[in-house]
Structure formats: structure tokens, C-alpha cells
Design a protein around this ligand. Structure first.
Ligand code: ADP
Ligand code: ZN
Length: 787
């Protein structure tokens, strides 16, 4: 092929198309789809690009040649290219957005300028490369420019990766018995004997550590390798994969239960590519099923992707998998160090790593031979990307699995209504695990009516009494309240003034008993303010956060220890781990947390959980709020009574008669889903229609409003004219009309399922490509999906 159609890494939505380049003779046959290249773009500019397709047909216009090809190891895999297609079609991503989404940040190219020495001068030699910063330390800009003009220095543009995986040698013993191995050497071979004795204690050890510990040289070890006693392998330094160690004591491979065997058999009997949803309460053995299916996929020569909603949940899952599989496991999420990420990516691409475990972004790993995708807790909201491209990971995975003909299994105790709908349509098969392992019983759930109590009571008498009883028995408590800080806001008692953020239309959250004000959107901080700036009356707290609950509880139970857990803490992994460990050791009596605490944690001594204010959940102005409330409340209730002792969950609310509580108390999820589906079908909400929200941001309030009106008028008129099965709603301001100095407006589209693709195309042309000149240069417009 002589020409390549290339995605160029240029951020310009209107240029969302492929660019054709000539493949120069020296690169013919070496340029393949998915490879990354450097191409000229614009005047004297070079950018990196991705080969999307090849052709022999000469374009009618003059094309420039590809300049360079990156090493094959940087090429994108078939799974990544397929994901890019889906991101484009399903989520209106531009080529460049799709490209950057699948490319890990560590494989992004840095454009750098270097000077190369053409003619020796001072102490520089011909051919030497010098960084601009270095030259500027010694010479003025005019001097440098003069040397460039004189041809002594050549200014060159180079591309470089920010991070390179450091390669390290690893040594592995190949002998079984130390004595037999030693018998090969007489007593004079002191060093070799020392190496053998030392390495016998390891599965594998870095060459550097081995030579240091035995005071030997690398060539001694190479000598042993030649003798067949050890193996030396070069691998990346930051190898996160867990070597094939002996399983830790106690983690023996338990045989599948009869119920698990039945689930596995049902799954395997499905038509390929298999797609199923595994419904089962926490502890019913879903993870064990994923492991079994993973085993089978690996035995068939495939790789496996396991997705979890929270980074914090990966370590325990990695332990489970590594104790039951002998395959290499890689972990991918946003917080692993760049060098490690490069290492893991390379080994996924080479096929060495068989199992990838990670949060959302792990789906972008460069799989060589993907065979199975397992998604745990598929209903979790963290699977939705809140940055462009705004994909939904479960949906993306389902589409990817179908395209690549790969098996997929979703799992949850409370699957989303969207996923239930896929069972109705036959796209997914439902499998069930009904019973929980172990003796733990489901906790009792009780509703506490707050309406009869004075307004300023945060903790009702029943909750206080239950806590006291719990503490007396030496048991522990978890309280949930989804508000950080001390108070929600500060307000003037006389004129109503509310202390607001400078950058956002958001009241400042009060921390540290009022000594700190912080914006929860942009992080803006300001010191305490006691009196109203306009009328000098005192400011009072509005709403209460977890810090205030902690304060109240400390006053009520002075000898008990209460600790607050919020996202500020979970972002400090060490402090967070220590808190959980102290709670495990029963050095803390009660954790007070935001909903971050609801997931996965398992403490046998917790017998009481309290939801301080359920109204906050069920009142959210969002069609998903009840579904999420149900999921969260049952999850929260599941934190109590994990051990042998029976648990109790108390839910405080001002709406004790709300229909959701009936379902929650009876744990009638199926009933709840049935009613919720009917309502959504009648009212017209997903999964029965598709929602697109066009979000507008601008520094100018006027521009943001005009833009919304313009888009509304345009699409409303066009939908009517072309009888498109879609509805546009009058523009609205989101709940917070200004964030980070940007005014925000939005326009909602409700679209019949069979018109989704057509309407998205219309939005793409109008908004992304700006074909009808609708988009104001002062506005940023973007499309969000289903909520
Ligand atoms: P889930 O993923 O549904 O929460 P798990 O797979 O984690 O469930 O299983 C819950 C508990 O039961 C775990 O402690 C696990 O070790 C145990 N378990 C799972 N399968 C078996 C089995 N076949 N035999 C014995 N114990 C099992
Ligand atoms: Zn702010």
C-alpha cells in the first residue's frame, strides 16, 4: 500500500477527519493499521498520528510523506482500535479524542527541541545533541541564533516519550534441591556456593539484589545460568505482576459449590460470544465464578479483563485471583506510577499478562488476545466517565465484546435497571446465586421517623440507644452521611446572605467548626468569617456535615473514638489504610463516612449501621435517584452483621412513608425494579428512551444562554421538519449555574431508542463539527449521555 489515512493528534474538532499521507519507499510494507507515526502538519509543524487505514488509490491532491514510524511496540492493538470505533459511533468522540482516550498518558509523545552540533565550537563536538536550556545557561539568545544562522548549530524537533520502562534482569533458581545443586561444586567455589544458597530462598530475585547480597559479579551468575542452575530474564523494573508464587496459606483452591457449578455450566452452555449477568448478594460467591471462568479462558489461550468500580477494591481482588491462578496478573488504574504502567502495558501487549484487573480505564489496555471480560458491581456509577469521551464502561464493554466476539459476564447484587432491560431484550442471560457463603445473616433494616423530633436533632433516640448498646457489647458502628465538612454553608441570620465561592455559584462548605471555608468544586479556600459582610449580623451554620456529627457523638460518648472517612482521607492511601486497620483492631469504635464507606469493606465486629439522612438520597433531582438510593441503602445495610453476630441497619428519614422504604425493608429488589421500570416506561426515561444532555459552558453568561437558545431552536425546528422521533426541552440552568468561573446552561434531548444513532449524528454535525455555524467561539459545548 502506498498511502495511509491517518488520525493526527491535533485538537481541533472541526478538523475531525482522516488525513492522507504518502508512505515513503523506505517504509513501504512496514506501515500497518494501528501503528503510530510522525507526520508533517501545517506549516513546518510535526505531530504524531495513528494509521487508521491503508490504500493504494492515489489522492487527487498532493500529499506529504510520513516522516517516521514509532517502534512496533507502540502500535495500538485490535481491541484499542475497536474501542475507538465505538467511542466515535456511540459517544460522538472525535478521532483525536478517541485516540487520546485509549492511549495511556505514558505513551503520549512529548515534542522536544534539541540543537545538534554541525561544526565543533567551544567544547562541543560534531553530532552532539544539546538541550536548549543547557545552551541558554552559557549563551545569550542572540549568540545562539547567530550560531544557528552560521550553520554551526542545527535546531531539530524530536519526539520523545516521557517515560521509558526501565529494564532489569531477574534471576530464578532452576534447581529443586539445594544440596544436589551444591554437589556440583567443590568447597573452593565459595562464591558460586554462596549464590546457590542465597537464591534458594527466592522464587525470583533482581540481579542487582543478588550480586549485592552475595558479593558476586554478574558474570558469576551468568556462569551459573550457563550451567543450567539459574535462569536470567530481562524484564521491566516496575513489574507489578505477581509472580507464580505458592498460594498463601489458607487460600487453597476451594472446589466450586453446586450452585457455582450450575452457574458455570449454564454460562458455558450459552451461545458464543457468551453474555450474562450474574445476580447474587455480596458473599454469594460471584468472584469465585469469575475466577473459574478466567481459568477456562486462560487455558484456551486468552486474556481476561476484570473491572472493579473502585481502585480501593483492586488489592483484595488481586489476592483472590493470584491465589487461585498461576497466570501473570497486571493491575491498571489511574494512580499507578507511570513507569509501572508502561511495564504493565507492554506485557499486556506481548500477551505475558493473562489477567488485567483494574478500574474503568483498564478497558483501554492493549490486549493481544482478549477472551473474557468480567465486570464486578456493574451497577456502580463510577463506571460512567465524567470526562470526554463520556462513555459508560459497561455499555462500552458489551459493545466491545460483541464486536470482538469475546465472552462477557456482569455481576451485581443490585443490577442497574439498564442492565435488567438487556435481560428483557434477550441481549443478556440472567444467572443467579441465591445463597450467601458463611453463616452471616442479612441484617434487619428499620426506618426511623424523624418528623416527630425537633428539627435540630441529628441523631434520633433509637439510633443513640442502639449505638450505646452496641458499644457496651464491644461492637462497632458505621454511620453514613453524604456531606463532607462541618456544615453545608454559612448564612446570615438577619439578611439571608450566604457565603459563596468566588469562582462558582456554590455555597462554601464549612470545615473545622467554621474556621475554614472550602469550595467543593474548585477547591477555593478562605479563612473564617464570623459576621455578615453586608449587615454585620452573626453567620449561622446551614445543614450539617460529618465533622459535626463526630462532634455531637464525642459529646454523647466521651470515652469512645470516632473517626471521619471522606474522599480527602481516601485520597491518602497510607492514612486511609491505617484508619481501616485501626478499625479492624477495634481501636476505633465508630466510622462516620460519606458513601465512600459503602463499598466492599468487611468488618466482622460491626453490628450497627446508621444512615443519618436518607432524604438526601431520595430527593436528588435525577431520574436515577431512586435506583441509586435502593442500591446504596442495601449496600450500606450490608456493612452490618458480616460476622457471626446479627446486624441492624437504622435509616433516619423525614419521609418514612416513601414507597422505596417498603422495598428496602423487605429487600424486594425485584419488586422495586418492576415498579421502577413501569414508571420509566410511562414517563419516558431510560432504558426506554435515550437522553442526551448538551452541556454549555462559557465565561460569558449571555453567551451561555444565547448558545442554549440557539441550539434549542435549531434542533426543535429540524426535528419537526424531518419528523425525527426526538424531543428537545427548553434550555435550563443546571443546579449550580456557575462552576470554576464558567457559566453553565444545558439542553435536554429525549430520543426514541431507534432514532438514537440518527439524532446523535445530527448533534455531532451541529455541535462537534459545527457544520451549520451554530457554535459560538466563546462557548464550550459537549454532549453527555443518559444523565
Ligand atoms: P461475591 O463475589 O459474590 O461477594 P465471593 O466469591 O467473594 O462472593 O465469596 C464470598 C466468600 O465465600 C469468600 O470468602 C469466598 O472465599 C467464599 N467462597 C466462595 N466460593 C466458595 C466455595 N466454592 N467454597 C467455599 N467458600 C467459597
Ligand atoms: Zn468554587
Amino acid at each position: 500500500m502506498s498511502y495511509a489515512n491517518i488520525i493526527v493528534n491535533v485538537k481541533a474538532r472541526q478538523l475531525d477527519r482522516l488525513f492522507t499521507y504518502l508512505i515513503p519507499a523506505r517504509l513501504r510494507g512496514k506501515i500497518l493499521v494501528g501503528q503510530r507515526v510522525v507526520v508533517p502538519f501545517g506549516r513546518g509543524q510535526y505531530v504524531d498520528g495513528l494509521v487508521w487505514s491503508l490504500t493504494d488509490q492515489a489522492p487527487t491532491f498532493k500529499v506529504k510523506p510520513i516522516v517516521e514510524k514509532l517502534a512496533d511496540s507502540y502500535a495500538l492493538s485490535v481491541s484499542q482500535l475497536q474501542i475507538m470505533q465505538i467511542l466515535r459511533r456511540r459517544y460522538a468522540a472525535t478521532y483525536q479524542e478517541a485516540y487520546l482516550a485509549v492511549l495511556p498518558s505514558v505513551q503520549k509523545l512529548d515534542k522536544i527541541v534539541l540543537y545538534s552540533v554541525v561544526e565543533a565550537f567551544d567544547d562541543y563536538l560534531v553530532g552532539q545533541k544539546i538541550a536548549p536550556a543547557h545552551l541558554k545557561e552559557r549563551y545569550s539568545s542572540t549568540q545562539i541564533a547567530a550560531r544557528v544562522r552560521a550553520g554551526q548549530l542545527l535546531k531539530q524537533l524530536t519526539f520523545e516519550f516521557k517515560y521509558q520502562a526501565k529494564q532489569v534482569e531477574w534471576v530464578r533458581p532452576l534447581f529443586r534441591d539445594v544440596e544436589i545443586a551444591l554437589a556440583d561444586f567443590d568447597a573452593r567455589a565459595v562464591k558460586k556456593r554462596r549464590i546457590i544458597k542465597h537464591i534458594a530462598h527466592f522464587d525470583e530475585i533482581a540481579m542487582r539484589d543478588l550480586t549485592r547480597a552475595t558479593r558476586a559479579a554478574r558474570r558469576d551468575i551468568i556462569g551459573l545460568a550457563a550451567a543450567g542452575l539459574v535462569a536470567v530474564q530481562t524484564r521491566s523494573a516496575a513489574d507489578l505482576s505477581i509472580p507464580n508464587r505458592v498460594a498463601p496459606a489458607g487460600a487453597v483452591d476451594r472446589p466450586l459449590s453446586t450452585a457455582q457449578q450450575a452457574v458455570v455450566a449454564d454460562y458455558m452452555a450459552l451461545r458464543q460470544p457468551r453474555a450474562a449477568l450474574l445476580i447474587g448478594v455480596t458473599g454469594s460467591g460471584k468472584t469465585r465464578v469469575y475466577i473459574e471462568l478466567a481459568k477456562r479462558a486462560i487455558a484456551a489461550g486468552h486474556q481476561v479483563l476484570v473491572l472493579v468500580p473502585e481502585i480501593a477494591l483492586t488489592p483484595q481482588l488481586v489476592n483472590r485471583f493470584s491465589s487461585q491462578l498461576t497466570a501473570d496478573i497486571g493491575v491498571i488504574h489511574t494512580y499507578i506510577r507511570p513507569a509501572e504502567k508502561v511495564a504493565v502495558y507492554n506485557r499486556v501487549k506481548s500477551g505475558d499478562i493473562k489477567v488485567v484487573i483494574g478500574a474503568r480505564s483498564a478497558i483501554f489496555a492493549p490486549f493481544k488476545q482478549l477472551g473474557l471480560i468480567a465486570i464486578d458491581e456493574e451497577h456502580e456509577y463510577s463506571y460512567k466517565s465524567e470526562t470526554i469521551p463520556r462513555y459508560q464502561t459497561v455499555e462500552l464493554a458489551l459493545q466491545l465484546a460483541a464486536k470482538l466476539k469475546v465472552d462477557i459476564i456482569l455481576g451485581s447484587a443490585t443490577p442497574s435497571i439498564q442492565t435488567h432491560h438487556l435481560i428483557d431484550t434477550g441481549a443478556l442471560k440472567a444467572l443467579h446465586l441465591d445463597k450467601s457463603f458463611g453463616q452471616s445473616q442479612l441484617s434487619d433494616i428499620k426506618i426511623v421517623d424523624m418528623t416527630a423530633l425537633p428539627k435540630d436533632v441529628l441523631l434520633s433516640p433509637p439510633l443513640q440507644q442502639a449505638m450505646a448498646r452496641c458499644f457496651e457489647r464491644g461492637e462497632q458502628v458505621i454511620l453514613f452521611h453524604n456531606r463532607k465538612g462541618y456544615a453545608h454553608a454559612k448564612q446570615c441570620r438577619s439578611c439571608g446572605y450566604v457565603e459563596m465561592c468566588q469562582n462558582c455559584a456554590v455555597p462554601l462548605t464549612v470545615y473545622d467548626e467554621g474556621r475554614q471555608f472550602v469550595c467543593r468544586y474548585c477547591g477555593y479556600r478562605q479563612p473564617q468569617r464570623l459576621a455578615c459582610p453586608s449587615c454585620a449580623a452573626p453567620l449561622v451554620d446551614i445543614g450539617y456535615g460529618i465533622e459535626q456529627i463526630q462532634q455531637k457523638l464525642t459529646a454523647l460518648f466521651p470515652t469512645r473514638r470516632f473517626v471521619v472517612v471522606d474522599s480527602d482521607l481516601t485520597h491518602k492511601p497510607i492514612a486511609y489504610r491505617e484508619t481501616l486497620a485501626a478499625f479492624q483492631r477495634v481501636e476505633i469504635d465508630c466510622l462516620i463516612g460519606t458513601q465512600i464507606l459503602a463499598k466492599g469493606l468487611d468488618f466482622a465486629n460491626v453490628t450497627l449501621v446508621g444512615v443519618v439522612l436518607a432524604d438526601q438520597l431520595i430527593q436528588m433531582p435525577d431520574y436515577l435517584s431512586l435506583e441509586r438510593s435502593y442500591q446504596l441503602l442495601t449496600q450500606v445495610a450490608g456493612r452490618a452483621g458480616r460476622g457471626l453476630k446479627r446486624g441492624l441497619a437504622l435509616i433516619q428519614t423525614y419521609q418514612p412513608d416513601h414507597r422505596i422504604f417498603d422495598y428496602v425493608i423487605r429487600r424486594d429488589f425485584a419488586g422495586f425494579v418492576k415498579e421502577e421500570k413501569q414508571l420509566r416506561d410511562i414517563v419516558g426515561y431510560p432504558p426506554y428512551v435515550t437522553l442526551f444532555t448538551v452541556k454549555i459552558q462559557s465565561e460569558s453568561k449571555l453567551a451561555a444562554h444565547r448558545q442554549a437558545d440557539l441550539l434549542y431552536d435549531f434542533y426543535d425546528k429540524n426535528f419537526r421538519r424531518h419528523a425525527v422521533k426526538a424531543q428537545v426541552f427548553q434550555p435550563i440552568q443546571p443546579f449550580y449555574a456557575r462552576i470554576r468561573q464558567q457559566y453553565r446552561t444545558q439542553v435536554l434531548f429525549k430520543v426514541a431508542q431507534d432514532s438514537r444513532a440518527a439524532v446523535l449524528k445530527m448533534l455531532y454535525y451541529g455541535i462537534v463539527q459545527n457544520k451549520y455555524d451554530l457554535v459560538d467561539a466563546n462557548c464550550w459545548v459537549d454532549i453527555d449521555f443518559d444523565g
